[in-house]
Design a protein around this ligand. Structure first.
Ligand SMILES: [Mn+2]
Length: 304
């Protein structure tokens, strides 16, 4: 795995239904993200925070909330992530709400096209994030990033990475899903997304789910992880805007991260939706940092 990491803060809640994810990047830094990663022998450059429009907190217009502002932020994220990949560094996007995955993953997909790599996207989330203008109950764009990346969304967002669609649904594996809107559910089926929902994890276990999600990676695969912190069970991660009960436990989440680390293929990462305004003494940021450490190779005593 590439040991040269670049942290990119995107302090905005422009696509969310609650304010506060704009404070996520700083909460991760306060929870010692940089020294924790350095402690595992990684070289870490903190590029600081991107800037963009403030949150006007308006109702939706034509099915979308804050579309021009979401576009502006995603352009900034796209350019920053693509620049780090071009420097042969591993970008770590510190969100910010999950709408910013449009910029991040469209940049990753562009890079993969440029260098001839295959792309696999792991989407760890309580929600499918596959809403559209007509399906969305809220208009919040943080519920639509994956649909946008697959080419279903407003022109200005789906074109950000220079190719429509940015990704193929076949490249995606969703894990931990347990809250999907009715219309969204039909669309997820129609698009044939590969979903390991909580029912699957309950029945088959996290190990089997991850074995399947990580199957068929090869040495030419770029593995991107989009980690929505609301993936985790709310008692261990209360600091998110859209909690959904019944998520992976601390141990299941650790196993998930360790199995990703074991592939050696992780090449870019989003850490999204951390909302310090809803957290309890920064515990969600701390558990996120702990899991990110596992993702970058922290292992328990018994394995070397
Ligand atoms: Mn999400």
């Amino acid at each position: 795995m590439n040991p040269h990491l670049s942290l990119i803060g995107a302090p905005t809640d422009i696509g969310a239904g609650q304010r506060g994810a704009s404070m996520g990047p700083e909460a991760l830094r306060v929870a010692n993200l940089v020294p924790a990663l350095q402690g595992h022998g990684l070289e870490v450059l903190d590029r600081g925070n991107l800037s963009g429009p403030t949150n006007p907190w308006l109702p939706p217009a034509d099915g979308y909330r804050h579309l021009p502002e979401v576009v502006a932020w995603n352009r900034a994220v796209h350019d920053a992530v693509h620049a780090e990949l071009a420097l042969n560094r591993l970008p770590v996007l510190l969100g910010g709400d999950h709408s910013l995955a449009i910029g991040s993953i469209s940049a990753v997909a562009r890079h993969c096209r440029d260098v001839g790599k295959r792309l696999r996207v792991l989407w760890l989330d309580a929600h499918a994030d596959f809403n559209t203008q007509t399906l969305t109950p809220s208009g919040n764009l943080h519920g639509m990033p994956l649909a946008c990346l697959c080419g279903h969304g407003p022109k200005a967002l789906i074109e950000i990475g220079g190719h429509v669609p940015a990704i193929n649904p076949k490249w995606v594996r969703q894990i931990g899903i347990r809250s999907v809107d009715a219309g969204e559910k039909r669309f997820v089926h129609e698009q044939e997304l590969d979903v390991f929902d909580m029912r699957f994890i309950d029945e088959m276990g996290m190990r089997h789910a991850m074995e399947l999600a990580l199957a068929t990676l090869d040495t030419n695969t770029h593995l991107h992880l989009s980690f929505d912190v609301d993936f985790l069970d709310p008692p261990i991660a209360p600091g998110v805007g859209t909690t959904a009960p019944g998520g992976p436990t601390y141990r299941e989440a650790q196993l998930c991260m360790e199995m990703i680390a074991d592939t050696g293929r992780l090449a870019s990462l989003d850490v999204m939706e951390l909302n310090p305004a809803l957290d309890v003494r920064n515990q969600t940021a701390e558990v996120a940092v702990d899991l990110i450490e596992s993702l970058f190779g922290k292992s328990t005593l018994m394995r070397r």
